[in-house]
Design a protein around this ligand. Structure first.
Ligand code: SF4
Length: 145
């Protein structure tokens, strides 16, 4: 018998950024895993908010000993970003919710999020493609997207 599948576990900033995923990522393993996580979330599976490495980080080439090693300060910076995302979305760490509940909150927070983080993010061009023509488009007008 197979063990029961656990909830999807996502850290704060992934609750926002995954809505703009368009099939790009660090390598094939990362993208394959991320696609599956997004598919499960969109199918209505419950999402558990976590701190630190999550189900996306698990297959990331930058995860080293449970820390984000993208650059020297990234683990601390990304944890700060996670906290900001949770606050903006008015959620609580370790809470549980569904993809659509998060999606409904994105239009109201995307401008502030983009102004704070997206200008310096290497994935902004990938996100921009999704943003165009999406339900988030108008709200992000004028932001650093
Ligand atoms: S770069 Fe860091 S935060 Fe992003 S998926 Fe990789 S380990 Fe996680």
């Amino acid at each position: 018998m197979f063990p029961a599948q656990q909830n999807i576990r996502l850290r704060g900033h992934h609750l926002i950024c995954l809505h703009f995923f368009d099939g790009e990522g660090y390598d094939l393993e990362f993208v394959t895993n991320l696609s599956k996580v997004v598919e499960r979330a969109k199918s209505g599976e419950e999402i558990e908010i976590c701190t630190g490495a999550d189900d996306v980080c698990r297959q990331c080439p930058h995860l080293k000993r449970e820390r984000c090693s993208y650059d020297e300060n990234s683990d601390n910076e990304i944890r700060k970003m996670d906290r900001k995302a949770i606050k903006l979305l008015r959620l609580s760490a370790h809470g549980k919710l569904k993809w659509l509940e998060i999606r409904d909150k994105i239009p109201g927070i995307i401008k502030e999020w983009a102004d704070t983080y997206c200008g310096a993010c290497e994935w902004r061009n990938a996100c921009r493609k999704v943003l165009r023509g999406s339900i988030y488009g108008n709200e992000a007008t004028g932001s650093r997207f």
